[in-house]
Design a binder for this molecule. Structure first.
Ligand code: SAM
Length: 302
């Protein structure tokens, strides 16, 4: 039952996604602060945004591909640098994608991505998912990738996404689970990184292990017949290992996460140096391997 497909990103063709079959059940640093009062743990430092900009719809929205029609109206919540957004726009070539973001800098980056991709069916708005300015039923699909893990009230966010989707349309969310971020060889520094990251995220009122919560959050938001699937990111080729490891080394020194870790008292600057060194050492290990789970929730609006 398990499929194995190469990710669609031309920039990282060696990263591998393992898809698991879906199952249905149940009913600048502190620019990281978003309008709701939530704090976005990663922030929009270049070390973060450059990593996110390698993502594609083919990888990150594969679980929802079958519900996206060529004329679909799609809402991409927390679109980041919009590399996924432009892929959604190509799938919905006769439709439209509205990407929303909370910060001016990241919106400027998203606009540049859209211009470079030469897709004419994308609008980018500065809005928060908690208070969408769109009428009920405005979209066929509301999608969010790795956004709910950063919110203090993910259930309210899902409820608001469902409100702006028409009856019969879909809410589609994919989120990761930091507890599952494990690798070989064992590394004290990377174990410490996982601990500090999760502490900072929780300090910000957010849930770093969001993936395992999605089903419950969808049910609590009033969505029924939630289809759950899961997929795994793996890093083991020289290119993908260096990409992931060096990126986290930089992020552990320069991003909002690093600043918050020190400010909140979860790590010293010296410890962050050690964490960064551990990431680099892992990235340079010839047989190094790292993986983590994404959970994917898809539900039709009644
Ligand atoms: C980890 S990034 C994911 C970006 C993109 N979806 C991707 O996967 O490449 C999370 C994004 O959610 C945005 N975000 C955080 N809180 C938000 C909110 N209340 N409404 C909309 N977007 C939000 C952040 O600014 C950030 O760019």
């Amino acid at each position: 039952m398990y499929g194995k497909v190469a990710l669609g990103s031309p920039r990282d063709p060696e990263r591998v996604l393992v898809a698991l079959p879906p199952v249905t059940g149940g009913t600048g640093h502190y620019a990281a602060a978003v309008t709701s009062g939530d704090v976005y743990t990663h922030g929009h430092h270049a070390t973060v945004v450059n990593q996110h900009a390698q993502r594609t719809a083919e990888d990150c929205a594969a679980f929802a591909r079958h519900v996206i029609e060529p004329d679909a109206r799609i809402l991409d919540v927390g679109c980041g640098p919009a590399s996924i957004t432009v892929g959604l726009a190509r799938w919905a070539s006769r439709g439209h994608v509205t990407g929303i973001e909370v910060g001016d800098d990241i919106l400027a980056t998203a606009k540049a991505t859209v211009a470079e991709a030469e897709v004419g069916n994308v609008t980018l708005d500065k809005e928060s998912v908690y208070e969408l300015p769109y009428d009920d039923g405005s979209f066929d699909v509301a999608y969010a990738h790795q956004v709910l893990q950063h919110l203090s009230d993910p259930v309210a966010a899902i409820r608001e996404m469902a409100r702006v989707v028409r009856a019969g349309g879909w809410v589609a969310v994919r989120d990761s689970d930091y507890s599952t971020m494990r690798g070989y060889p064992a590394s004290e520094g990377i174990t410490r990184w996982r601990q500090v990251y999760r502490q900072v995220c929780r300090h910000n009122g957010a849930e770093p292990d969001a993936g395992r919560h999605l089903f419950s959050w969808f049910c609590r938001a009033g969505l029924a017949q939630v289809q759950m699937s899961a997929s795994v990111w793996q890093f083991f080729t020289p290119t993908s290992r260096r990409n992931w490891g060096y990126s986290w080394a930089e992020r552990s020194l320069k991003s909002s996460f690093a600043a918050q870790a020190v400010e909140y008292g979860y790590a010293t600057a010296a410890e962050l140096d050690d964490i960064a060194a551990a990431w680099r050492a892992w990235a340079d290990t010839d047989d190094g391997y790292f993986h983590f789970i994404h959970s994917e929730a898809l539900a039709q609006v009644a």
